[in-house]
Design a protein around this ligand. Structure first.
Ligand code: NAD
Ligand code: ZN
Length: 301
């Protein structure tokens, strides 16, 4: 595995490294897995002078970060981001988490010491993982950097991923530096995620596909509220890279109920990030008309 090759690399450099493998993907984001890692660290006599190196996609970096943020009240972690989602989004910004009943309901804010993104690895990803990463990269493009959108419009999934990663990381770092604990501006990174998370939970679609659909929904709501004119452009580029733009197969009542459950976690009611224009996001309170427009935009009757 990739992780094993990093262990030998560290050994070659004269460092002591031990490999621990967690279950694949979302299966890793469980407290039981976290406890197993704690046991492993206990057994190996891990101290604050040691370093956890989390090698993998967004699910892996979320768990590794959670372990790093909690073990011994915080030990150093670095990530090697091996998927495009991890490179453009999950590994950056210090949000970590595991699933307890709901997605990421337990977590800590904790920055890694460093994030390593090897573009050769990202370049060689299977098409499906490039497509999934495009959903979060395009989200970043819509809210803050239209050059990302233009690149995908021009080259589809053959885009220059070096440029996409650099631009996405730059946006995320700037926003997170402004507002680490999401008291305000950081919320713009949740564009497409209000409806997206509800789609993800109720349909079991992947995070990226759900975010793609959620982005289309947010675009439609943005037209209704702000006369946003970019709705069709969003749809076209998401369709072009092969991401879903409709949820006509989902159950509107279930999606709405899930959004209300998510909203209860926020005393200020249901909120959505909408666009006045590309690059001008605004966090708004979503009323029923806004939600209806969002649902109509993705064929949810
Ligand atoms: N913390 C954050 O701010 C944040 C932001 C965005 C997404 N996320 C989370 O990230 C997750 C989605 O990211 P993801 O898709 O990277 O998750 P993932 O870790 O589940 O990876 C997806 C799949 O790709 C495989 N994989 C990893 N590297 C590979 C490689 N180089 N080649 C081939 N296959 C490889 C993994 O084994 C896994 O099966 C979600 O859980 C989402 O909630 C977190
Ligand atoms: Zn996301």
């Amino acid at each position: 595995t990739l992780a094993a090759s990093y262990v030998s690399l560290l050994a070659t450099a004269g460092m002591e490294a031990e490999l621990y493998t967690v279950p694949d993907g979302e299966e890793a984001q469980q407290l039981g897995v976290v406890e197993d890692v704690y046991d492993f660290l206990n057994g190996g006599g891990f101290t604050r002078d040691d370093l956890i190196v989390g090698v993998g996609g967004g699910a892996l970096t979320d768990v590794a970060g959670f372990v790093g943020g909690t073990y011994l009240r915080g030990v150093p972690v670095m990530y090697v981001a091996t998927t495009l989602i991890a490179a453009v989004d999950a590994a950056i910004g210090g949000k970590t988490g595991v699933n307890v009943g709901g997605k990421n309901l337990a977590g800590v804010f904790a920055h890694p010491e460093a994030v390593l993104i090897d573009i050769d690895i990202i370049d060689q990803l299977p098409l499906e993982l490039k497509r999934e990463g495009a959903a979060e990269a395009l989200k970043t493009g819509f809210i803050e950097d239209l050059a990302i959108v233009e690149a995908y419009e021009r080259d589809g999934l053959d885009v220059d991923l070096d440029e996409i990663v650099n631009r996405s990381v730059a946006v995320k770092v700037a926003v997170v530096n402004d507002d680490f604990k999401e008291r305000g501006r950081r919320a713009i990174l949740n564009y497409g995620h209000t409806v997206g998370h509800a789609i993800e939970t109720t349909t079991g679609r992947s995070h990226a596909e759900s975010v793609s659909i959620g982005t289309v929904a947010a675009g439609a709501a943005s037209r209704a509220m702000f006369d946003f004119t970019g709705e069709e452009r969003q749809r076209a580029v998401l369709r072009e890279v092969g991401l879903p733009i409709s949820a006509s197969d989902a159950d509107a009542g279930a999606v709405r109920a899930q959004m209300d459950r998510d909203k209860k976690r926020d005393s200020e009611g249901l909120r959505m990030v909408l666009l006045q224009d590309f690059g001008i996001p605004e966090l708004v309170h979503a009323n029923d008309a806004t939600v209806r427009a969002a649902f109509e935009g993705i064929g949810l009757a």
